[in-house]
Design a protein around this ligand. Structure first.
Ligand SMILES: NC(=O)c1ccc[n+]([C@@H]2O[C@H](COP(=O)([O-])OP(=O)(O)OC[C@H]3O[C@@H](n4cnc5c(N)ncnc54)[C@H](OP(=O)(O)O)[C@@H]3O)[C@@H](O)[C@H]2O)c1
Length: 369
C-alpha cells in the first residue's frame, strides 16, 4: 500500500506535549519543555489508517512522527542543529516505509523552507504550502461571501506577505479584490512583491511594514494573516467593524483578546480541510474534530493518493500554477475546505448573523458605511 508521513511538533508546548506524554506535560513548565526539547529524540506518534480517495477508491497508509522542537527553540538554535533534528525525524519516517514526507508548521518555516532537509533524505519532501495557499484563499472568499463583502470592491490585507504562503496568497487575492495591502517586516521584499503584483493585476497594491502606525489593517475588510511570528500580531484595536480575518499561522497571529473583546469581527482558523470520507483513523488527537486536517497535511495525503512521490512544494517561491495543480489533485480525491471554526470552536449561522449585526451597529455608531 502506498504511504506518507507527516512531521508535527509541539506548538503550544504544555498542551501539545500533554497530548502524547500527559505526565511530562503536567510536570514540566514551558521553559523546561523548550530546553529539554533540544535533547529529546524524534517521536513516533501514530499510524493513520483508512484514508481513501473518493474518486479512485485507492487507500493509503500514513504516520505522524514528531520533531520535539518547539517554535521558540527552532528560532533560537543554530539552523544546522534544527535541520539535523528534522532530518532525524524524516529518517524515522523513512524507516517506517513512507514514500513522501510532509513538513508541518515550523519544520517548513525554518531556513530555506524544506530544500536542505529534502537534500538529506532519500524520500521526497513537501512543505504543504501550495495547498495551504489554495485553501486559505478559498476560505477568505467563502467568508467574504457569508459576510456579504463583494470581493471586487473589497480592501484586503495579507500579513506576512513576503513569506512562502503569504506571497502566493497575495498574488491570488490581487486578482480578485479592489485594493490589497501587503504587510511584512522587510521593506525591500515588500517593494519587490508590490512591483510584481502591480505589473500583473489591476488592483491597487500598497505596502506597509508591520510597525506602521496607524496600521493599514484598520482599513481592511478582509485579512489573511500568515506570519511566522511567535507572538500574536493582530490585536482588537487593529480591526474595523465587520472585518473578516483568516488566521493561517501556527502559532496563531490573532490574539485571543480579539475573540473576547470584538464580537463585531469574524476570525476564522485558516487552513482547515475535510478529508475524503469518514473512515480515516488518525490514532492521535492533534486538536481537530474528526475527519479534519491542516491543509499542509492534506497536500501530503493528496500526493500519496495520486501516487505523485515527488518534492511538490519546497522553498519560498510558490507559483499560482503549483497552487492550482495541487488544488485540482486534492479536489479529485475528495479533500475540501472545511466549515468555519474560530479559536477551535465551530462557527454557526447564528454566530455569522450576530457578527454582521454587531458590525452594522458599530459602523452606525462610528458614522461609517
Ligand atoms: N495551517 C496550515 O495548514 C499551515 C501550513 C503551512 C504553514 N502554516 C503556518 O503559516 C505561517 C507562515 O508559514 P510560511 O511557510 O509562509 O513562513 P515564511 O515563509 O517564513 O514567512 C513568514 C512571514 O511572516 C513574516 N513575519 C515573521 N515575523 C513577523 C512579525 N513579527 N510581524 C510581521 N510579519 C512577520 C515574515 O516576514 P520577513 O520575510 O520580513 O521575515 C514572512 O513574510 C507559520 O506560522 C506556519 O506554521 C500553516
Amino acid at each position: 500500500m502506498d504511504s506518507f508521513a507527516f512531521i508535527i511538533h509541539p506548538i503550544d508546548p504544555k498542551r501539545d506535549v500533554s497530548r502524547k506524554f500527559p505526565l511530562l506535560g503536567r510536570l514540566l513548565n514551558v521553559q523546561q519543555i523548550n530546553f529539554l526539547s533540544t535533547y529529546f529524540p524524534p517521536v513516533y506518534i501514530s499510524q493513520i489508517d483508512g484514508l481513501r480517495s473518493e474518486s479512485t477508491g485507492k487507500e493509503v497508509r500514513g504516520w505522524f512522527v514528531a520533531c520535539p522542537l518547539t517554535p521558540a527553540r527552532m528560532l533560537e538554535l543554530p539552523e544546522k542543529t534544527v535541520y539535523r533534528k528534522i532530518v532525524e525525524t524524516g529518517k524515522l519516517a523513512e524507516r517506517l516505509g513512507a514514500q513522501v514526507l510532509g513538513l508541518g508548521a515550523f519544520t517548513s518555516v525554518v531556513g530555506d523552507a524544506g530544500v536542505t532537509i529534502a537534500q538529506q533524505l532519500s524520500i521526497p519532501v513537501t512543505t504543504g504550502d501550495s495547498y495551504t495557499v489554495a485553501i486559505a484563499v478559498e476560505a477568505v472568499r467563502a467568508a467574504a461571501q457569508q459576510m456579504e463583502i463583494p470581493l471586487a470592491g473589497a480592501t484586503a490585507a495579507v500579513m506576512g506577505a513576503t513569506g512562502a504562503v503569504g506571497a502566493a496568497a497575495a498574488e491570488l487575492l490581487a486578482a480578485e479584490v479592489g485594493k490589497l495591502w501587503l504587510i511584512g517586516r522587510r521593506a525591500d521584499a515588500l517593494l519587490a512583491l508590490r512591483d510584481r503584483l502591480r505589473a500583473t493585476t489591476s488592483a491597487e497594491v500598497e505596502i506597509a511594514t508591520s510597525e506602521a502606525k496607524p496600521s493599514p489593517l484598520a482599513e481592511a475588510d478582509l485579512i489573511l494573516t500568515v506570519t511566522s511570528a511567535l507572538d500574536t500580531v493582530i490585536e482588537p484595536r487593529h480591526l474595523r467593524p465587520g472585518a473578516v480575518v483568516c488566521d493561517v499561522a501556527r502559532p496563531r497571529d490573532v490574539s485571543a483578546r480579539v475573540a473576547a473583546e470584538r464580537d463585531d469581527v469574524l476570525v476564522i482558523d485558516g487552513g482547515m480541510v475535510q478529508v475524503p470520507g469518514t473512515g480515516t483513523a488518525f490514532n492521535f488527537n492533534f486538536g481537530f474534530p474528526p475527519d479534519k486536517v491542516y491543509a499542509c497535511m492534506a497536500e501530503t495525503m493528496a500526493l500519496a493518493l495520486e501516487g505523485r512521490f515527488e518534492s511538490f512544494t519546497l522553498g519560498r517561491q510558490i507559483t499560482v500554477a503549483q497552487v492550482r495543480e495541487i488544488a485540482a489533485i486534492a479536489a479529485k480525491h475528495g479533500f475540501k475546505l472545511s466549515g468555519f471554526r474560530s479559536f477551535e470552536r465551530a462557527v454557526t449561522a447564528a454566530d455569522l448573523a450576530r457578527v454582521a449585526e454587531r458590525a452594522h451597529a458599530a459602523r452606525r455608531a462610528r458614522g461609517q458605511r
